[in-house]
Design a protein around this ligand. Structure first.
Ligand code: NAP
Length: 261
């Protein structure tokens, strides 16, 4: 039996992965921002609820504090949002602040408590990011759809997995694309487009395959710092995912969350 902490698993592909991990006899802790939405899932699968709002760094610190000393085998950074506009509570662009910076702080605060793996649920959307405009991450979303900012946040997920692998060699890190999956993540797409889109999407069960492989497949146990497709097969990430950019992201993120780099 292993202990898995998974963020944002009250719905979507995270819920499928959490359910499957619990079914296999593991201890599962779901870190979510709504007890109301998450507790029923926890009750159904025998998981434990931990409060976490990734868009609020004080909440991330409280969550890490409550998990300290729990001996976590695997942390799965799954929670994410797309198509939003605005800033997080601490004034970061909302996609970047939630998808990257919240998970960055959570992982760094827990790094000594994690024994085995850190999984970043990224996206092939990261290929669309041209780089990271640092100043823009301190402001509200500029694009109308929030999609450009989502691409950058997902590039940050890939870079963070790579840099964590370099800085903490005892840990195994994984970044992945779950596929285009029919979940609530598309809730901001207007209904007619959403209905058409959903016909081409994977089911949440299909979308959880790569996450489950990265989190638990013994065949990937020696991998680290790599990127995977929806089947859990290794794939080349964007050419923008360079060690130089990964280092800079780590250092700037450290400064933003008030940790030494
Ligand atoms: N679906 C796709 O096609 C697709 C494609 C590529 C990558 N992904 C990635 O896969 C991951 C899971 O997405 P999904 O498709 O399963 O989406 P989803 O159904 O919308 O689930 C997202 C989860 O993230 C949680 N979350 C959002 N903001 C949060 C915050 N501030 N603090 C804590 N939790 C927060 C949500 O909680 P609430 O229910 O409380 O909002 C929900 O549990 C995301 O990282 C997403 O970017 C998805």
């Amino acid at each position: 039996m292993k202990t898995f902490v998974i963020t944002g698993a009250n719905t979507g592909i995270g819920k499928v992965a959490a359910t499957e991990l619990a079914k296999r006899g593991n201890k599962v802790l779901i870190a979510g921002r709504s007890r109301e939405k998450t507790q029923p899932v926890c009750d159904a699968i025998g998981a434990e609820f931990v409060a976490l709002d990734l868009g609020d760094l004080a909440s991330v610190r409280r969550c890490a504090e409550s998990l300290k000393g729990r001996s976590i085998d695997v942390l799965v950074c799954n929670a994410g949002l797309a198509g939003h506009r605005g800033t997080t509570k601490d004034g970061f662009e909302i996609q970047f602040g939630t998808n990257h910076l919240g998970h960055y702080l959570l992982t760094r605060l827990l790094v000594d408590d994690i024994k085995e793996r850190v999984v970043m649920v990224a996206s092939d959307s990261h290929y669309g990011a041209k780089g990271i405009d640092w100043a823009a991450q301190r402001e509200k979303t500029k694009s109308v759809t929030g999609y450009r900012e989502y691409e950058v946040s997902k590039l940050a997920n890939v870079l963070f997995a790579q840099e964590l692998a370099r800085r903490v060699p005892r840990l195994h890190t994984y970044a992945l694309h779950p596929g285009a999956v029919a979940t609530d993540v598309w809730r901001r797409v207007p209904p007619p487009f959403r209905w058409v889109l959903k016909r081409f999407l994977l089911t949440p069960e299909q979308g959880a395959v790569s996450m489950l492989r990265a989190a638990s497949d013994p065949a990937l146990a020696n991998d680290t710092g790599k990127y995977y497709n929806p089947k859990g097969e290794e794939k080349r990430p964007s050419k923008r995912a360079t060690p130089e950019l990964a280092r800079e992201l780590w250092e700037r993120s450290a400064e933003w969350v008030g940790l030494p780099s």
